[in-house]
Design a protein around this ligand. Structure first.
Ligand SMILES: Cc1ncc(COP(=O)(O)O)c(C=O)c1O
Length: 399
């Protein structure tokens, strides 16, 4: 047995079986590429679910991490550190938010927002205690904690984990009238992904978010956009809300906030919502730690200074055009925005996973989602030549 077979066998023997990865064992990454234990190079078209927007092992983020790791890593929030204020300042300048709460995983940012808007509902909006409702969308993906899976519509994510957290109302994604009908006096918030990533890169109809924004404003409902996957350049804008010409009241970011080096997430909000949280009511030992802050500061800096967001827009358009030019009778739909792209295959194609394996053999890593869809989300630094190469491999695989 070679190294990778040994490692896979050990994972299968000792690991919980909660993932079904493609059998490729990666050992090194640089830019848009990763290498397996046999030295084979791949173009990464997943970017760790959009956490590696800046490319693997970006040297400037690495340098910031190493420098900070040698100086101070963790103080807890019992004391202050000399990195957090700078991260606040830089995030506020970039996004226009007034209050920021740093956490670690994306799911923690979602949980934080749920807590904050419920408390805001009781203290500011005047909703009776215990009655707060949050509107969410069918086929959402916001993470894996108990409260979050309580409002999932995916049986795999939800079944068997009850009793569930109440207080969520599920409406179809992209249907503004259904959204309007779900609002009542106890609605404190709406929690929505600008584009549903895990559901297969589902883009809502034009005008949907404008209407949702109007309805939220008119009914004093906090609009929370989960930009954990769509944010930080992935769709060709800093935040995907910019495509819709709207502003959320609360924005959730994570993943690429660290360029893939470290779990860093944040809740960005106006003062009123996060303002309800008082000392002792929420926190995390690692949230806002100096290592995370230094990494996030560098990750944001390279994202903006190195033109990655603009590149995501131009290369995204080019990639989409390339995918659309492929003539194949197994392709049902091609869609995307920026470098968040998907090819949906016809059900007769026999499932997307076999095509992901075929792409892997050709040196391109992509991941199937929901049986029939292959998602393409390379690092935002991808070049035109690399897109051309990717398109030719995809074409050979699906024609
Ligand atoms: C839109 C969205 N929200 C939340 C999450 C959860 O993030 P994490 O896995 O860091 O908890 C994800 C992860 O894929 C996501 O795509």
């Amino acid at each position: 047995m070679n190294i990778s077979s040994n490692l896979i066998a050990t994972e299968q023997r000792l690991g919980a079986n909660n993932y079904k990865p493609l059998d490729v064992v990666l050992t090194r990454g640089e830019g848009v590429h990763v290498w397996d234990t046999d030295g084979k190079r791949y173009l990464d078209c997943l970017s760790a679910y959009s956490a590696v927007n800046q490319g693997h092992c970006h040297p400037k983020i690495l340098a910031a991490m190493v420098e900070q790791a040698g100086r101070l890593t963790l103080t807890s929030r019992a004391f202050r550190n000399d990195q957090l204020a700078y991260l606040y300042e830089e995030l506020a300048a970039l996004t226009g938010s007034h209050k920021i709460l740093p956490m670690n995983s994306g799911a923690e940012a979602v949980e934080t927002a749920i807590k904050a808007v419920r408390k805001w509902g009781y203290e500011v909006k005047g909703v009776p205690e215990g009655k707060a409702e949050i509107i969410v969308c069918a086929n959402n993906f916001h993470g894996r904690t108990l409260s979050i899976i309580s409002f999932s519509t995916d049986p795999d994510a939800r079944t068997g984990f009850g009793p569930y957290t109440p207080g969520f109302r599920i409406v179809p994604f992209g249907d503004a009238e259904a959204f309007a009908a779900a609002i009542n006096a106890n609605t404190v918030a709406a929690l929505i992904e600008p584009i549903q990533g895990e559901a297969g890169v589902i883009i809502p109809p034009a005008g949907y978010f404008t209407r949702v924004r109007e309805l939220c404003t008119a009914n004093n409902v906090t609009l929370i956009l989960d930009e954990i996957q769509t944010g930080l350049g992935r769709t060709g804008k800093l935040l995907a809300e910019e495509h819709e010409g709207i502003e959320a009241d609360v924005t959730l970011i994570g993943k690429a906030l660290s360029g893939g080096f470290y779990p860093v997430s944040a809740v960005l909000s106006n003062s009123e919502v996060l303002g309800v949280l008082k000392p002792g009511q929420h926190g995390s030992t690692f949230g806002g730690n100096p290592l995370a802050c230094a990494v996030a500061r560098a990750a944001l800096k390279v994202l903006t200074e190195e033109g990655m967001i603009e590149n995501a827009e131009t290369m995204g358009d080019y990639f989409l055009e390339g995918l659309r030019s492929i003539r194949s009778n197994i392709v049902k739909d091609v869609r995307g925005r920026g470098l968040m792209l998907a090819v949906e295959l016809e059900p007769e194609a026999g499932g997307a996973r076999q095509y992901c394996y075929a792409l892997k053999d050709r040196g391109l890593l992509a991941k199937d989602t929901h049986d029939h869809t292959i998602r393409f989300a390379p690092p935002l630094i991808i070049t035109k030549e690399q897109v051309d190469w990717a398109i030719s491999q995809i074409e050979k695989t699906i024609t």
